[in-house]
Design a protein around this ligand. Structure first.
Ligand code: UAG
Ligand code: ATP
Ligand code: API
Ligand code: MG
Length: 485
């Protein structure tokens, strides 16, 4: 990257020292990542203002500083003053990696629930159809079929550009990625275009960050506002925010609705779901009405990418979706309760999963739910989750789910405030003990839903992640119960 090119991308308000002789090495949004010859961009964040670290960045060897205020330094450093640094981080990160985003067909999926499931389904269908696809999201990153850990749903612009470059180098043609509302609000995905943008739904979550549902919806809408004419928006219009998403969208639109004749559910059982979308019959092993939306969106996304309906339908038969979503914990012994692990951590998700389980179970089967709510996250969803669980479950155990820096007992108190009656509710702060109790007290034909953590294999307390996997613990206590029987 030349300094001349960098200045051109920045469209600056003012530049000082634009003729320095500098070999630009890396690009950093964090001063702690700066090396000799780096370009450092200062971003005003939620915790601190990156402009506080300009001197730190220069001391670490930065040769170019991009910032939103005039800054003077005695050092031989170029200072580029711009209007909005956050919006520029993406284009610069892309340019540093030779614009990998332009070489991939990128599919972006947003919405409160269903992003991971839909993105994983699209990735699985594309691969089954012989396409070279990669995946970025909450559960993991996949460069073609090689899997890596993921720490955020949507990474920062630099990590994103570097991952995209690896995908291009590995021969990937498609990238399916989840796009969180945080990422949209912080412009993490600027600097490349989406070929397809999809909307799953919008419900109560992340109000700690966005404050109101309207602001949250506005952030999601940015994905569709920024789609070019040549791309396609695939939207669930049964959701009350669906139409609003594409109000200012220039792209072609494909709508999914199970409320008109264009799509309907043919069969919905514990074995899977069959839906008709655009006259095509799609059979999937996934369970629950909510998954009809994930399946329908996946079908329309793949169609928008030019795949043949026949090949998409065939690929669906083995598309199992994401780990930790409605995942049964299996022990090779009969006469044990059925334990299901799911990532429902919002009122809407919990309602969907509990209503699905209560619809597929027989009348004599009891339904138990074990759940908590994350610390340092939207507190207003806590009592809402209590209300939902009370509506569908026979027994409820409230426990901890990543308390982070909060006192887990106080999170539980917030949840308990939402119940009308506490008769069938227990609170057990230790999640391992909560799971043990649910399993040890369950009858053999009971269903136990352990909600909130899904694929997560940790419990986060005060900045430390301790190994914790609902599936392993359930397996351990199911095995013990089998031995005791
Ligand atoms: C609240 C939030 O979204 N924070 C994200 C945001 O950080 P920020 O801009 O607020 O950072 P900050 O700490 O205020 O610092 C401001 C700037 O100063 C810089 N800095 C800071 C210290 C220093 O010594 N030197 C320095 O240069 C920082 O690098 C940053 O550029 O931008 C960072 C870079 O993109 C993200 O890593 C960071 O995610 C944090 C780790 C996080 O936990 N985010 C969660 C809430 C999140 O994004 N979740 C979503 C949605 C989840 C879902 O529903 O699936 C996700 O996409 O995962
Ligand atoms: N289309 C849907 N509508 C409503 N609820 C859903 C839908 N799909 C999945 N769920 C529920 O939401 C939970 C989370 O699903 P998924 O991981 O696919 O969503 P996500 O949008 O990626 O969530 P996150 O933002 O936390 O990563 C699932 O475990 C399930 O309980
Ligand atoms: N991406 C979501 C995941 C929440 C999962 C739940 N287990 C929790 O910790 O609240 C978040 O960070 O808000
Ligand atoms: Mg996700």
């Amino acid at each position: 990257m030349t300094l001349h090119k960098l200045i051109e991308i920045c469209n600056p308000l003012h530049v000082t020292n634009k003729n320095i002789d500098a070999k630009l090495t890396t690009f950093a949004i964090d001063s702690r990542e700066v090396q000799n010859g780096s370009v450092f961009i200062a971003i005003r964040g939620t915790q601190v203002d990156g402009h506080m670290f300009l001197e730190d960045a220069i001391n670490r060897g930065a040769r170019v500083i991009i910032c939103e205020e005039s800054y003077y330094t005695d050092e031989d450093v170029c200072v580029i003053e711009v209007e909005n640094t956050q919006k520029l981080a993406g284009p610069i990160a892309q340019a540093f990696e030779d614009n990998p985003g332009k070489q991939l067909k990128v599919i972006g999926i947003t919405g409160t629930n269903g992003k991971t499931t839909t993105a994983t389904l699209v990735y699985q269908v594309l691969n089954a159809c012989g396409k070279k696809a990669s995946l970025l999201g909450t559960v993991s990153k996949r460069i073609l079929d090689e899997e890596f850990d993921s720490s955020l749903t949507t990474s920062d612009p630099i990590e994103l550009a570097r991952d995209m470059k690896k995908m291009v180098d590995a021969g990937s043609d498609f990238l399916v990625m989840e796009v969180s509302s945080h990422a949209l609000h912080q412009h993490r995905t600027s600097g490349f275009d989406f070929k397809v943008g999809a909307f799953t739904n919008l419900s109560h979550d992340h109000l700690d960050y966005h404050e109101t549902l309207e602001e949250y919806a506005k952030a999601k809408k940015l994905l569709f506002d920024n789609l070019p004419e040549s791309s396609v928006a695939v939207v669930n219009i049964d959701d009350q925010y669906g139409q609003q998403m594409t109000e200012d969208c220039k792209a072609q639109q494909l709508h999914l609705s199970f409320n008109n004749d264009t799509a309907y559910i043919l069969e919905n059982s514990a074995q899977g779901i069959t839906v008709i979308v655009d006259g095509e019959k799609i059979e999937s092993p996934l369970v629950g009405k909510f998954n009809a939306y994930n399946i329908g969106l996946t079908y329309l996304i793949c169609k928008a990418l030019g795949l043949e309906p026949k090949e998409i339908i065939k690929a669906f038969q083995n598309a199992k979706g994401a780990k930790g979503r409605m995942e049964p914990v299996t022990v090779e012994v009969a006469d044990l309760p059925l334990v299901i692990v799911d990532y429902a951590h919002t009122p809407d998700a919990l309602q969907n999963v509990l209503s699905t389980l209560s619809a597929v179970k027989d009348a004599s089967q009891k339904l138990t739910v074990v759940f908590g709510a994350g610390g340092d996250r939207d507190t207003s969803k806590r009592p809402e989750m209590a209300k939902v669980s009370e509506e569908f479950a026979d027994k409820i155990i409230v426990t901890s789910d990543n308390p982070r820096t909060e006192n887990p007992d106080l999170i539980i108190t917030d949840i308990l405030d939402g119940f009308e009656s506490l008769d069938s509710v227990k609170s057990i702060t230790n999640r391992r003990e909560a799971i043990e109790r649910a399993i040890s007290e369950a009858s053999e034909n009971e269903i136990i839903l352990i909600a909130g953590k899904g694929h997560e294999n940790y419990q986060e307390v005060n900045g430390k992640r301790h190994h914790f996997d609902d599936r392993e613990i359930a397996q351990e206590f199911l095995t013990k119960k089998a031995g005791d029987n």
